[in-house]
Design a protein around this ligand. Structure first.
Ligand code: FES
Length: 172
């Protein structure tokens, strides 16, 4: 049997090809979606990127990395000066401000927002030293996140982070 028009077999080939193309498109979307870390991966410790551009001077934001609160503060000149006009040797946990920020990005303070006393979350831009205040038992941290007064034994920890550009950091 011969015919110039389409046969039933031709139709089956075309139909199979169409299903194949749709199938490929349908599997591509989940594959692309899989390239972004899901929330459980982020919670397990995947690095996060934070855009600093919206954080104006004098503001602090809180993000979460590995389930921990991270404070990112855009410090003013006077806050940086306050952190540096201190006799480092007199501090309970002596550390220079310069060692707690990235060179050339001195206005940005990035700390883990967990009080080093018993783990409460301190409040940013509060307390006698203008940095952080932990209301649980009254620990005061300065504008470098260093413990200045109260029962906390150590400065707020600094998470691992790097500047990807002047306005973007990666934590983790
Ligand atoms: S947990 Fe912060 S002062 Fe005790």
């Amino acid at each position: 049997m011969s015919s110039a028009g389409p046969t039933r077999r031709d139709f089956l080939f075309v139909a199979t090809g169409a299903v194949g193309a749709i199938g490929a498109a349908a599997t591509l979307v989940p594959l692309i979606a899989q390239m972004n870390p899901d929330s459980s991966t982020v919670a397990a410790g995947a690095p996060i990127e934070v855009d600093l551009a919206p954080i104006t001077q004098g503001q602090a934001i809180k993000v979460f990395w590995r389930g921990k609160p991270i404070y990112i503060e855009h410090r003013s000149k006077s806050e940086i000066e306050a952190a540096r006009n201190v006799d480092v040797a007199s501090l309970p946990d002596p550390q220079a401000d310069q060692a707690r920020v990235k060179a050339g990005h001195d206005q940005w303070l990035v700390v883990i927002g967990i009080c080093t006393h018993l783990g409460c979350i301190p409040i940013a831009r509060q307390g006698d030293f203008g940095g952080f205040f932990c209301p649980c038992h009254g620990s005061h941290y300065d504008t470098s996140g260093r413990i200045r007064q109260g029962p906390a034994p150590a400065n707020l920890a600094i998470p691992p982070y790097a500047f990807l550009s002047d306005s973007k950091i990666r934590i983790g």
